[in-house]
Design a protein around this ligand. Structure first.
Ligand code: ATP
Length: 231
């Protein structure tokens, strides 16, 4: 497989994290910011780090931005710069443009520009926090299209010491158990320590323990029902 090539424009905390993660996973990353100190900060962690103003069409073009598999626009506060950069990327016929937006209005404007991949990190974090406040048993959740969700839930007391067949997640609750996280007591250098591991693909005979965390997939309403019944 050829190495994927990505550009990340705007190296605030958000853009920086995206650029670092892509690079750690083996992608070739071009990191761009108009502040020299940001470029300096990341230069040893990515393939290329360049200081330029992304609203400058010539400067962008000179970076062969068109050849990227995807370009992430992670400029935060300066919406005008974000918009202009996005328009330039469209003009340069970049294959895949992912843009960060804050708030409903920015999302609407970007949608009108024909941007299909819009990231609204504040929104996502907000929804996840609200969900955890409402359901303390939810550790994390990933909202999917069509009202589906993947959630990580502390195993409800009611279900412990029973096999998956006995619990009947699919039959009774319409949910699929993807996997589970289990705590193991391990002796290291004479000291007992707790390590958490994924238990692989569970079988129908797998028994759930009190300290397990289960990762389930299903419709949001079925997940809510499952939590309510077993609270
Ligand atoms: P975060 O919320 O991700 O921490 P932040 O609040 O630092 O980000 P901003 O400073 O608004 O967000 O923008 C993110 C980055 O985008 C900054 O490092 C900024 O220098 C960079 N940036 C802003 N405008 C441009 C531009 N025209 N060209 C290149 N980079 C830009």
């Amino acid at each position: 497989m050829t190495e994927s090539k990505f550009a990340v424009i705007g190296l605030g905390r958000f853009g920086m994290a995206i650029a670092q993660t892509l690079s750690q996973r083996g992608a070739q990353v071009l990191a761009i910011d108009n502040r020299e100190e940001k470029v300096e900060e990341i230069k040893d962690e990515v393939a290329y780090a360049v200081c330029l103003d992304s609203t400058d069409a010539k400067a962008l073009k000179a970076q062969n931005i068109k050849d990227m598999d995807a370009v992430v626009v992670a400029i935060g506060e300066n919406f005008e710069a974000l918009l202009l950069t996005t328009v330039l990327l469209k003009e340069l016929e970049v294959k895949r443009i992912v843009v960060r937006a804050s708030g409903k209005h920015q999302v609407q404007i970007l949608e009108k520009l024909g941007i299909e991949e819009i990231l609204s990190p504040e929104n996502r974090v907000g929804i996840a926090i609200a969900e955890q406040l409402l359901n303390p048993s939810i550790v994390t959740s990933l909202q999917l299209p069509d009202n589906y969700e993947i959630v990580e839930i502390k195993t409800p007391k009611e279900l412990t010491n029973r096999t998956l067949t006995e619990i009947g997640l699919r039959a009774k609750y319409n949910l699929n158990l993807i996997t589970l996280k289990r705590e193991f007591q391990i002796k290291k250098n004479g000291v007992m320590d707790t390590e958490t591991h994924i238990l692989g693909v569970p079988s129908s005979e797998t028994v759930l323990y009190d300290s397990d965390t289960i990762i389930v997939f299903g419709k949001s309403k079925d997940i809510e029902r499952f939590i309510e019944i077993n609270q």
